[in-house]
Design a protein around this ligand. Structure first.
Ligand code: KG4
Ligand code: ZN
Length: 353
């Protein structure tokens, strides 16, 4: 089964062609450069940038899948179109959904609406053209979602079946890293900048910022207290002192932010007795976080999985195609194309297409 998928929930305009779990092509135009000076996504800019690029990205993805040199002919080989319908930025989601509808009508192809967060979980199972890595599904899993918009722990019991057991009460971990980078005077996205700065001082924890919600008896997260503590600590410093300690500040912030992920993940492993962990979302690209999760999971004789290529940690359309494939197998197509609408606040496990 060949699926064309489209993802425009935030700042990447992405399209992919997948066959089952195999990625035939995956293309993406990232808008991050447009936001360097703003410190985050600007909705009106995002909408325009998606509109300007989407055709090119779709044509490129279809071409690279080598179905046929001619676009119209290649589209005849597509069995379904998968599209992200939430959560995300309303006007950005709309661009992808409208394009998916247009193609579905023009080529008479069925649509599958995909939750972006499911995409981040299934990103762990994307394969290349040769079916590598094999990674068979062995349920249940605990999924740790760490992105710019979400921080959650989810029990993934079987295909398309999720139970959220913890989530952030305020900022997402990626958002917190972005804000910390900004406080230090860096651009967006902050996660990779903080990772590099911290690495330069071997991830030392000089400032011992608070570990939010560490003692609370649930699996939830909170990052606003950490952000505030960081802000005031930096504000107390002279410019000279700040510059001399940039790396230590970044490192200590990252340590506190990741420690609370590890503390909650460990609680969840103990409580659920599930020791197979899937990690997804932009922050899962972070090597230091990967190392921390691996050593935690080792303590419980489990296994940690990350998206097989670092690119698949962040937003991409191949992950949407893989979810769409499993939805197609359960016949979960959009019944009435006209009624498919964006759902900016869609929760994971919510199905109302
Ligand atoms: O999944 P994603 O691409 O978009 C959302 O769905 O939000 O995640 C973006 C987030 C940003 O906050 C960015 O700073 C963070 O992922 N990120 C990282 C790294 N690369 C991206 N955070 C930590 N370390 C990284 N290497
Ligand atoms: Zn995402």
């Amino acid at each position: 089964m060949i699926i064309l998928s489209i993802e425009t929930s935030a700042d990447e305009t992405a399209a992919a062609v997948t066959q089952g779990r195999r990625r035939l092509s995956s293309l993406l135009y990232s808008q991050v450069l447009l936001y360097k000076q703003w410190g985050g996504i600007v909705p009106s800019i995002a909408k325009r940038a998606h509109e300007e690029r989407i055709d090119q990205i779709i044509v490129g993805a279809v071409k690279r899948a080598h179905l046929n040199a001619n676009f119209d002919q290649a589209m005849k080989k597509i069995d379904a179109i998968g599209v992200t319908y939430g959560p995300g930025l309303a006007i950005a989601l709309e661009v992808g959904i409208n394009k998916a509808k247009e193609l579905a009508r023009k080529y008479q192809i069925r649509l599958i609406a995909v939750n972006h967060l499911e995409g981040h979980i299934y990103a762990n199972f994307i394969q290349n053209r040769r079916g590598m890595p094999p990674r068979r599904f062995t349920f249940p899993y605990l999924a740790l979602l760490v992105s710019g918009g979400h921080t959650a722990i989810v029990i993934f019991r079987r295909h398309l079946d999720y139970q959220v057991i913890g989530e952030t009460k305020d900022d997402a971990v990626g958002e917190a890293l972005d804000k910390a980078a900004r406080i230090l005077g860096f651009g967006y996205p902050g996660g990779p900048i903080i990772e590099n700065l911290a690495d330069e001082v071997d991830n030392q924890d000089k400032y011992l910022f608070p570990r939010p919600m560490a003692r609370s008896d649930n699996f939830n997260f909170s990052y606003s207290g950490l952000k505030t503590a960081f802000f005031y600590r930096v504000r107390k410093m002279s410019e000279k002192e700040k510059l001399a300690n940039l790396r230590y500040l970044a490192s200590s912030f990252q340590e506190a932010a990741f420690d609370s992920l590890i503390i909650k993940l460990e609680k969840a492993i103990k409580k659920t007795k599930i020791n197979r962990i899937l990690v997804g979302g932009g922050v899962s690209a972070n090597f230091y976080l990967r190392k921390k999760i691996r050593s935690l999971v080792k303590k419980y004789q489990g296994r940690a999985f990350f998206p097989p290529q670092r690119d698949f940690s962040g937003d991409n359309a191949a992950m949407i195609g893989v979810v769409a494939y499993f939805k197609a197998r359960q016949n979960q197509y959009v019944e009435n194309i006209d009624r498919l609408d964006r759902q900016p606040r869609l929760a994971i496990g919510e199905f109302n297409t």
